[in-house]
Design a protein around this ligand. Structure first.
Ligand code: AMP
Ligand code: MG
Length: 329
């Protein structure tokens, strides 16, 4: 990060009680790297992203290589505006326009038919593309500076926990960490809600902290689930995903394992454990803290991390989804 005195006043970003200082010159450098086909890490309000020019197939392949992500998993393409999204969509239904106007910039990804200008590498060969306009000021500044859409999955190795701070990214990639824009801790802290906009209506492919009424929760039966896994139709639908290295157990009513030294994240039922932490009672605050808490516990080599499963109500659904995947063995 560059010293404050070199910053233009417009580039002091106040973001959720955290004053992130990203220098003009850092944005320009990141833009230059993207233009020449390289990768950069940038903050969004959901999690940190590993970005490449979405219109450049060889840049996109670098994302898959660094993450170790199966090429069958499509990437989210980030845009600077609704107009830019429209220009990338082969079909932009009225529903897409309505949702974009209501939720953008913000943590909602819309899956719509793609134009051929978006390479198949970005969408795992699918005829659709997931589009999102983020609201983090650094992400928006970068998107505006480059002028092209930026494909970016979370900046972590495949199946591991998503990064919500710059430090998490450095821990994941070490010496291989690309040029990184530090925008402070992510405000939302969970990956975006993903909604497919289809002629049959709206389908939730991945729950997130943007709640879209009239969207059908996608709860496929076991056979369909298996097919989805096989097709990797949507990476958020991998059963194991978002996982720390330490074993995660979901518990209720304080029923912890008897063996081993563990950490317990609780909401309502306290219990004895080597380490305990009471989590926020409010889903937004819980989401914002969850990954940072798991990253931190993961460093402490516990035998297990037990997490009290939050209530089965709509506002906790995205958190239950990520916890269930983190605990999948
Ligand atoms: P990630 O970028 O790793 O946080 O995850 C990307 C998410 O985007 C996945 O969970 C998918 O649900 C979704 N996604 C992106 N593009 C598509 C697409 N064309 N079709 C379906 N889902 C998509
Ligand atoms: Mg990811």
């Amino acid at each position: 990060m560059t010293q404050a005195r070199t910053l233009a006043p417009s580039l002091f970003f106040c973001h959720n009680h955290f004053i992130a200082m990203t220098a003009d010159s850092d944005i320009l450098k990141a833009a230059q790297i993207l233009r020449s086909g390289g990768l950069v890490v940038f903050p969004t309000e959901t999690v940190y992203g590993l970005g490449a020019n979405a219109l450049d197939p060889s840049a996109i392949r670098k994302i898959y290589a660094l993450k170790g992500r199966p090429t069958t998993s499509p990437l989210i393409v980030h845009v600077a505006s609704i107009e830019q999204a429209r220009a990338l969509a082969a079909d932009w239904p009225l529903e897409a326009e309505r949702l974009a106007r209501k939720y953008w910039p913000g943590p909602l990804t819309l899956v719509v038919p793609k134009k051929s200008i978006i390479p198949d590498d970005a969408t795992a060969g699918l005829p659709t593309v997931g589009l999102r306009m983020p609201r983090h000021p650094v992400a928006l500044a970068l998107l505006r500076e480059v002028g092209f859409p930026i494909a970016a999955p979370s900046a972590n190795r495949f199946t591991q926990l998503s990064p919500t701070t710059a430090q998490h990214v450095r821990e994941a990639f070490g010496d291989e960490t690309p040029f990184l824009l530090d925008g402070g801790p992510c405000e939302v802290g969970l990956e975006s809600t993903v909604i497919a906009v289809t002629p049959d209506g709206l389908e939730v492919l991945r729950p997130g902290m943007a709640f879209v009424e009239d969207a059908q929760e996608d709860k496929p039966d076991a056979a369909t689930m298996q097919q989805l896994e096989d097709a990797h139709r949507s990476p958020g639908q991998h059963k194991k995903h978002y996982s720390p290295r330490t074993r995660v157990l979901l518990v209720s009513r304080g029923h912890l394992p008897r063996k081993g030294r563990g950490a317990y994240l609780w909401l309502a039922y306290n219990a004895r454990a080597a380490f305990k932490q009471r989590m926020p009672q409010n889903a937004d605050d819980y989401a914002a803290q969850l990954y940072a808490t798991l990253h931190e516990l993961d460093r402490q080599s516990f035998d297990w991390i037990a997490v009290e499963l939050p209530p089965d109500t709509p506002e906790w659904a995205p958190i239950r989804d990520r916890l269930t995947r983190a605990a999948y063995e």
